[in-house]
Design a protein. Structure first.
Length: 329
């Protein structure tokens, strides 16, 4: 599945020279479900929904305005409407669209692995789901969202047309250096980490989720196929310090690893470091990364240490509005 053509050298976004490297905190705000089982339309929960308020407090302590990418179960719940509507109205956070098609009406498709990637759906069905969610977010927050992330990073060949039609100016669905094609999803293995224009005439920008390589073989380009080898081979390469992929996330990535990843991203001159995680990780028992109460404490400690390190390196927090204001046309 292809989202858009690979960008050329003239497609990369240029930023104002007086703006240094910055970081964006993005959160996939979603229902809880068992990640080890086949995805189902029913049977999810929303027990972790209100845990976002503690994370918002942490963000404000560090001057961070997070981008919450909310899906249908969250924004159709009265608590979700109240929480995210208040965040946006008070200017404390930004809210974007995250489409989980299997729990987002209209329900005209069978729930299969292929159909969990919205970009695989028939054009009109993807459109109907997208606009139902866009309109629900607009109603709840009083603001039309201008950022999008496809659930499971499942953008497809018609997604850009939806962004054009909806006036969404930023996509952050590309998880650079990952390939989901074996699960019938998109292949981002050749896409870059730098922000680039999807449609310059309409001002639509891709902000890839940041994952870098570390190790003796870390130069990305032609070496990427090595990172796609079987799990045992990749494990041996990581232990041998030959090649290891580091995503900027608290989910499964230690503080020491992510600091290494930050340093690599800065050394490579990335202008935007895009951090991400899933909101159910804010409460124990709902993701593989946070099983116990002690894991929640460790999760928050991760953020304190990482945000402090970013400040130490002179990397400032930003927002979608801040990024847009700094772009040179």
């Amino acid at each position: 599945m292809t989202f858009a053509r690979l960008p050329g050298k003239d497609d990369f976004v240029r930023f104002s020279p007086d703006v240094g490297p910055r970081y964006l905190v993005t959160v996939d705000v979603e229902e809880e479900f068992d990640w080890t089982k086949p995805i189902e339309r029913e049977g999810y929960s929303l027990e972790a929904l209100e845990a976002i308020t503690d994370f918002q407090t942490l963000c404000e302590e560090y001057g961070v305005k997070p981008l919450y990418l909310v899906d249908w179960p969250i924004i159709s719940d009265p608590r979700g409407k109240q929480i995210y509507g208040q965040f946006v109205r008070e200017g404390r956070a930004e809210v974007g669209i995250q489409l989980h098609p299997w729990v987002n009406p209209p329900f005209d498709e069978e729930v299969t692995q292929r159909n969990t990637y919205a970009g695989n759906l028939p054009v009109e069905l993807e459109r109907a789901k997208f606009f139902a969610l866009r309109d629900a977010i607009t109603e709840a927050t009083g603001t039309q969202p201008i950022a999008y992330r496809a659930g499971r990073y499942g953008i497809g060949p018609q997604t850009l047309n939806l962004l054009r039609e909806a006036g969404v100016r930023f996509d952050t669905s590309v998880r650079a250096n990952f390939d989901y094609s074996k699960a019938e999803g998109p292949d981002f293995s050749q896409y870059p980490l730098e922000p680039y224009w999807l449609d310059k005439s309409l001002g639509i920008v891709e902000l890839p989720v940041t994952s870098v390589f570390w190790g003796l073989l870390r130069r990305q380009g032609a070496l990427f196929p090595l990172a796609q080898m079987a799990g045992v081979t990749k494990s041996l390469m990581a232990r041998g310090r030959l090649l290891e992929r580091i995503s900027l996330t608290p989910e499964g990535i230690s503080v020491e690893e992510v600091i290494r990843g930050i340093d690599i991203a800065l050394d490579d001159g990335l202008p935007i470091l895009n951090f991400s995680f899933h909101s159910p990780s804010l409460k124990a028992g709902y993701t593989p990364y946070v099983r116990k109460d002690e894991d929640v404490a460790a999760f928050y400690d991760w953020w304190h240490r990482v945000l402090s390190y970013l400040a130490q390196r002179g990397v400032q927090p930003t927002s979608i509005a801040g990024i847009e204001a700094s772009i040179l046309r």
